[in-house]
Design a protein around this ligand. Structure first.
Ligand SMILES: [Zn+2]
Length: 294
């Protein structure tokens, strides 16, 4: 609902990492106090520490993330969903130590384990899975795409949603990912390009859904393209809660702030109030609820 141009309904950050050794609940408090009502907590890979080297290691790492979600629910009046899965950067990093075959096997085992949690209801979405966002040698790139196709097929059979971590090659990335999802039989409204740029026009997204990383300047492009989007989209910060990388991503207050900026911007560009309300309702409640079953 809009009151004097201000959105008073739900506000959902669909991609946030948290860390017990850093801000954790303090960051959630910032989000909640700024008007946030729901988050998807995304499993944070221990890339800078030590990555799991077997499925037991993944079991333990996942259970830590699950317990963090429970702790947030106990302390705040927020909806908290969980995105569980092995990060593609972990896979690429571990090729050096484990070799391509073993690293791929471990990665797929970690996907299966995450799908078990989703099936039993302790997690709500697979992710972030995808492919490296930086240049890699040809052999690795081919292997990454083969593996991703397999992961998407597994997600399709499990009927879950997937948050995708991919490179930023603009429209080309959307086109390739849409094609991969179609090959895997995964519906595009359940395949979410995470860290997406703010162009949400269907010419750009090729039908792939997105969580837009709502940085400075994103509101102008969202306002300009929102009328031409066919695929559903949401908002995220990709907050990392990492003291070694302050400012690398957006802070926990950002989604509530940009939501109000977008409402103001759309109303100023002659969108009717009821149209802005239904867009906000879809971004922050209807679509994410259907994705994650919250
Ligand atoms: Zn992330």
């Amino acid at each position: 609902m809009l009151v004097d141009g201000k959105w008073t309904g739900p506000i959902f950050d669909q991609h946030m990492h948290l860390d017990r050794t850093n801000r954790f609940l303090d960051a959630v408090s910032d989000f909640s106090k700024s008007g946030g009502t729901a988050i998807m907590l995304v499993h944070k890979p221990a890339v800078s520490k030590s990555l799991p080297t077997d499925s037991q290691g993944y079991r333990e790492a996942y259970s830590e993330t699950i317990s963090m979600a429970e702790e947030i629910r106990r302390n705040f009046d927020l909806e908290v969903g969980l995105v569980l899965g092995p990060h593609p950067v972990s896979w690429e990093n571990q090729i050096a130590d484990l070799g391509l075959k073993k690293s791929t096997e471990l990665h797929l085992e970690a996907v299966s384990l995450a799908l078990e949690h989703i099936d039993s209801g302790t997690a709500n979405c697979l992710g972030e899975v995808g492919r490296p966002h930086y240049p890699v040698v040809e052999e690795t790139w081919e292997a990454a795409n083969e593996m991703l196709l397999e992961i998407l097929s597994m997600a399709s059979s499990a009927k879950t949603s997937v948050q995708l971590h991919v490179e930023d090659n603009g429209e080309g990335t959307c086109q390739e990912l849409s094609q991969l999802c179609r090959s895997a039989g995964l519906p595009l409204d359940r395949a979410i390009r995470h860290f997406a740029p703010p162009n949400i026009s269907s010419e750009f997204t090729h039908g792939l859904s997105a969580t837009v990383n709502v940085g400075k300047g994103s509101i102008a492009t969202l306002t300009e393209t929102a009328g031409r989007s066919s695929a559903p989209w949401g908002m995220e910060t990709d907050f990392l809660d990492d003291r070694n990388r302050p400012g690398a991503v957006l802070g926990p207050k950002t989604v509530p702030k940009r939501t109000q900026e977008l409402a103001f911007s759309l109303l100023s560009s002659e969108w009717e109030e009821s149209k802005v309300e239904s867009l906000m309702q879809n971004i922050h409640s209807d679509w994410p609820k259907s994705l994650y079953g919250l």
